[in-house]
Design a protein around this ligand. Structure first.
Ligand code: NAD
Ligand code: UGA
Length: 475
C-alpha cells in the first residue's frame, strides 16, 4: 500500500487545527495543509506571534512552532489543497440545526455536504476522504453518494475517524490517545484505505491503540462515547441535589463510588453543569436518531441527560437568587470564569451563559472576569442564547437594557469589589490563589460565594467570613 505523503484538512477549528498540527509534528515526511473559508482564522494560524493562534491549548504553540512552514501549512485556498492531497479530512462544524426539519435536535450537516461537493468537483485523482467531524451514524452513506454522483472517473474511499480529544488537554490527548478509531468499508479497497490512515497514526501511537471497525460502528461510537461521558456528569449532578438535602457531601460520594474499579474515578466531578460545543449537541443528535429509527424509549432515556443538565444550571442560578433574599435585582454578582472549562478560551454552551441569563431575568448586575475570554465573545454568547433559548429556564425575555447589566473586567479584583456575591463558573486554577481575605473585606456583607466548581476550600472560606455554598455540599 502506498504511503500517504500529502494530507489536507478542511476546517481549521478546535479539532482541525490541533489534530493536524500533531500529525505534522509526528510525521515530518507528510505535507499537511489545513484550510478554512474563515480568512481571519487562517491569518491567526499563520501569525508570527504564537499568542495569537485562534485556539488556546496548552502546548499547542510549541507544536505549531515546530512544524509550521516545514510540513504544516494554513491556507484559504481550499481547491488547491484538495487537489494536492491524497487524503482529505473533513473537520468542519456540525452544530445542532436551528431551523427547519429536526430544529433543535438534528445535526446540521450542510457544511459537511458542501465539503463533499467541493471535493467531488475539484478532485483531480483518487482520494481518501476522512470524516473527522462528529456525525450521525450513516452519514458516510450520504457522503459516498454525493462523491459518487459528481466524481467522474475518480475513486473515493470514505473513512470515519472521529476525534476524542477534550479541549484544554488537546495536545496531551493527541500525543497519548487512549485509542484512535478508524472505520471503513470491509472490502479490499476499504481495508487499504484504513491501513493508510493506521500508518499515519502508527508514527506515534502503539498499534494496539489503533482500533479499526466498519463505518457505522465508528460513527456511532463517537456519539455513544460523548453520551456516556455526559451521562456520568448528569448522574453525579443529580446526586449533588440529594446531597444538599441530606447532609451528604458529593465529593465524598464520588470518591467512594469511584474507588470501585468497575465505576472508576474519572468524570465524577459535580459542577454547575456540563458545557462545551459537543455533549449537548451530540446527545440531542442521538435522541433525534433514535426517534428517526423508531426507538422513542431509547430517545427518552438519553434526553434525560440533557434535561438533568438544564436543571443543574437552573438550580445553581435559583440558589443564588433564593439565598440573596429572593431577588438579585440591582445587586452586583461577580462571575469568576465564563469559559465552559478551564484552560480553554471556548465558551460554547458554557454554563455561565445560562446562569447569567437567569440572573439577568431577575435584573442582576453581572461583573465577569475570565482570564481567556474576550468581552465581545460574552455578548455574542448572550445574543445566541436569546435567539436560541433551548431550555425552559431561559425562555423569559431579558430586560431591554441587559447589555448595560453585564460588565466585563480585565482583572479579577475590580469584578469582586463591593459585590453582593461571587459565583465561580469555571475551574481556572488561578481562582484558588486569590487573596480571599482582602476580597472579603471589600465585599458587601453578608458576603456570599457560590462555588459552581467545588474548587475553593469551604472551611477556609467560612473562616474568612464568607457565607459559602458549594455544589452538593451537605445541608
Ligand atoms: P469549529 O467551529 O471550531 O471549526 C470548524 C471550522 O470549519 C470553522 O473554522 C469553519 O469556518 C470551517 N468550515 C466550515 N465549513 C467550511 C467549508 N465548507 N470549507 C472550509 N472551512 C469550513 O469546530 P470544531 O470545534 O473544530 O469541531 C469540528 C467537528 O469536530 C465537529 O463535528 C465537532 O463535533 C467535532 N469535535 C469537536 C471537539 C472539540 O473539542 N471542539 C472534539 C471532538 C470532536
Ligand atoms: C468532550 C469529551 O471529553 C471528548 O472526549 C470529546 O472529544 C469532546 O467532548 C467532543 O466531542 O467535543 P470537552 O467538551 O472538550 O470534551 O471537555 P470535557 O472535559 O469532556 O468537559 C465537558 C464539560 O463537562 C465541561 O463543562 C466540564 O467542566 C464538565 N465536566 C467534566 C464536569 O462538570 N464534571 C466532570 O467530571 C467532567
Amino acid at each position: 500500500m502506498k504511503k500517504i505523503t500529502s494530507i489536507c484538512c478542511i476546517g481549521a477549528g478546535y479539532v482541525g487545527g490541533p489534530t493536524m498540527s500533531v500529525i505534522a509534528q509526528k510525521c515530518p515526511e507528510i505535507k499537511v495543509t489545513v484550510v478554512d473559508i474563515n480568512e481571519a482564522r487562517i491569518e491567526a494560524w499563520n501569525d508570527k506571534d504564537l499568542d495569537k493562534l485562534p485556539v488556546y491549548e496548552p502546548g499547542l504553540a510549541e507544536v505549531v512552532d515546530e512544524a509550521r512552514g516545514r510540513n504544516l501549512f494554513f491556507s484559504t485556498d481550499v481547491d488547491k489543497a484538495i487537489q494536492e492531497a491524497e487524503m482529505i479530512f473533513i473537520s468542519v462544524n456540525t452544530p445542532t440545526k436551528t431551523y427547519g426539519v429536526g430544529k433543535g435536535r438534528a445535526a446540521d450537516l450542510k457544511f459537511v455536504e458542501l465539503c463533499a461537493r467541493q471535493i467531488a468537483r475539484v478532485a483531480n485523482g483518487d482520494k481518501i476522504v476522512v470524516e473527522k467531524s462528529t456525525l450521525p451514524v450513516r452519514t458516510a452513506e450520504s457522503v459516498k453518494r454525493i462523491l459518487k454522483a459528481e466524481a467522474g472517473e475518480h475513486e473515493f474511499q470514505i473513512l470515519s475517524n472521529p476525534e476524542f480529544l477534550a479541549e484544554g488537554t488537546a495536545i496531551d490527548d493527541l500525543h497519548n490517545a487512549d485509542r484512535m478509531l478508524i472505520g471503513g468499508d470491509q472490502d479490499e479497497k476499504g481495508q487499504e484505505a484504513i491501513q493508510a490512515l493506521v500508518d499515519v497514526y502508527a508514527h506515534w501511537l502503539p498499534k494496539d491503540r489503533l482500533i479499526t471497525t466498519n463505518l457505522w460502528s465508528s460513527e456511532l461510537s463517537k456519539l455513544t462515547a460523548n453520551a456516556f461521558l455526559a451521562q456520568r456528569v448528569s448522574s453525579i449532578n443529580a446526586i449533588s441535589a440529594l446531597c444538599e438535602r441530606t447532609g451528604a457531601d458529593v465529593d465524598e460520594v464520588a470518591n467512594a463510588i469511584g474507588s470501585d474499579s468497575r465505576i472508576g474515578p474519572k468524570f465524577l466531578k459535580s459542577s454547575v453543569g456540563f458545557g462545551g460545543s459537543c455533549f449537548q449537541k451530540d446527545i440531542l443528535n442521538l435522541v433525534y436518531l433514535c426517534r428517526h429509527f423508531g426507538l422513542p424509549e431509547v430517545a427518552d432515556y438519553w434526553e434525560q441527560v440533557v434535561a438533568m443538565n438544564d436543571y443543574q444550571k437552573h438550580r445553581f442560578a435559583k440558589q443564588i437568587i433564593d439565598t440573596l433574599f429572593n431577588t438579585v435585582s440591582g445587586k452586583k454578582i461577580a462571575f469568576l470564569g465564563w469559559a465552559f472549562k478551564k484552560d480553554t478560551n471556548d465558551t460554547r454552551e458554557s454554563a455561565a451563559i445560562y446562569v447569567a441569563h437567569e440572573l439577568l431575568q431577575d435584573r442582576a448586575e453581572i461583573h465577569v472576569y475570565d482570564p481567556k475570554v474576550p468581552k465581545a465573545q460574552m455578548f455574542r454568547d448572550m445574543e445566541y442564547l436569546i435567539e436560541n433559548p433551548g431550555s425552559v429556564y431561559t425562555e423569559n425575555p431579558l430586560p431591554e437594557n441587559w447589555r448595560d447589566l453585564i460588565v466585563v473586567h480585565e482583572e479579577p479584583y475590580t469584578a469582586m469589589d463591593s459585590a453582593h456575591a461571587i459565583a465561580v463558573l469555571t475551574e481556572w486554577d488561578e481562582f484558588k490563589t486569590y487573596d480571599w481575605a482582602s476580597i472579603y473585606a471589600k465585599m458587601l456583607k453578608p458576603a456570599f460565594v457560590f462555588d459552581g466548581r467545588n474548587i475553593l476550600d469551604g472551611e477556609a472560606m467560612a473562616e474568612y467570613g464568607f457565607e459559602f455554598r458549594g455544589i452538593g455540599k451537605g445541608l
